[in-house]
Design a protein around this ligand. Structure first.
Ligand code: KG4
Ligand code: ZN
Length: 336
């Protein structure tokens, strides 16, 4: 059988990544150059800084990805790239690099939605069974998505304000944790107890939407109020209480979605899928309410931004013949 080899690019935010994926399911290479240290001192991603780093790193990422995969450009089937959503300057570096490689080597160019990529990271865990449900939780998104067939997405729940990861990063700042704070808040939460009664917004409402800005404000007010009184609050308990509120709502809304959309698989996707508390709560709740539903959480290296997931999503688009030409542009606000 012929090998299908896709060279995939991801540069939507603060990770420059290039991967080679075989037949949509095997990672031959997945080079990830992170810029987190450059953004830490600013407390978040600075778009101009991000674009400059992508320019500096992308050529080496291509060389490393090709070398590690031990393939030549002649052997490639197609080139794939994230064209949105994300930061426009960052996206443009990947889009331009992918166009150059596709043009120079006469290869088809496959445009990929970043969120489709996060969902298809699960393909490296096991074959997917449709229809399926995905909970996409990242720094920019909090969405419940049905996937009725390969590459057919419908958003059934969304955040009204902050994304889950964004809320972690913002409250982390108040705790003195540098960007991105999610991983460390998660670790602190495991050392503390849920002693603060933080709000679970929209939890009881009859919809599949989320809101995290009220929780963020309640958290910040609690800390500031204690500061004014000269009281020191237990940071681990604060983290545990915040995490309990976030994971309660994510879990309850996912259960509600499963009641409306029967599926065999639930994919947890995006950077926040790495959250240990979320994994534990979701797995326990599903074992109780939907024991037949398989929860797929990709391994750590595949939940954060990476090009392998873009290659997996591109495999689906390739089969459908969804290609772009040289006019492909970055679409910062692209929907699923
Ligand atoms: O998907 P991702 O790498 O980038 C975006 O597309 O946004 O997600 C990054 C987000 C950050 O907000 C980071 O704080 C959060 O994922 N994150 C976590 C954890 N690890 C990363 N949030 C909670 N718990 C974690 N263990
Ligand atoms: Zn992402």
């Amino acid at each position: 059988a012929e090998r299908e080899l896709i060279l995939a690019f991801e540069s939507s935010c603060d990770e420059t990544s290039v991967a080679v994926i075989e037949n949509g399911e095997t990672i031959l290479s997945n080079i990830i150059a992170t810029q987190i240290n450059s953004h830490k001192r600013f407390g978040g991603v600075v778009p101009e800084v991000a674009s400059r780093h992508h320019v500096e790193q992308i050529t080496e990422c291509i060389d490393l990805a090709m070398a590690e995969a031990k393939v030549t450009f002649d052997e490639l089937t197609a080139v794939a790239v994230t064209y949105g959503p994300g930061l426009v300057g960052s996206l443009l570096i990947g889009v331009t690099a992918a166009k150059v490689v596709a043009f120079a080597h006469h290869l088809p160019l496959i445009p990929v939605n970043h969120l489709a990529g996060h969902i298809y990271a699960a393909r490296f865990v096991k074959p997917l069974v449709y229809p399926l449900l995905a909970l996409v939780v990242s720094g920019g998104h909090t969405e419940l998505v049905t996937v009725s067939a390969p590459g057919e997405f419908a958003i059934i729940g969304d955040t009204r304000d902050d994304a889950a990861g964004e809320a972690y990063d913002k409250i982390g700042r108040v705790l003195g944790i540098s960007y991105p704070a999610g991983k460390q808040v998660d670790a602190m939460a495991h050392l503390g107890k849920d002693t603060f009664d933080f709000p679970r917004a929209m939890d009881q409402e009859d919809n599949l939407d989320f809101s995290f800005s009220g929780l963020k404000s309640a958290f910040i007010n609690t800390v500031h109020h204690a500061d004014q009184l000269g009281q020191a609050l237990d940071k681990n308990d604060l983290a545990a209480s915040f995490q309990a509120a976030v994971t309660d709502v994510l879990t309850h809304k996912t259960i509600k979605a499963l009641q409306q959309y029967p599926v065999q698989q639930l994919i947890v996707a995006g950077g926040v899928a790495a959250n240990q508390g979320l994994k534990e709560k979701l797995t326990a709740a599903l074992a109780e309410a939907f024991p037949s539903v398989d929860v797929i959480v990709p391994p750590l290296r595949l939940t954060g931004d990476n090009a392998a997931m873009i290659g997996a999503a591109a495999h689906i688009e390739l089969a459908k013949g969804h290609f772009a030409d040289a006019t492909l542009n970055a679409v910062p606000g692209l929907d699923l």
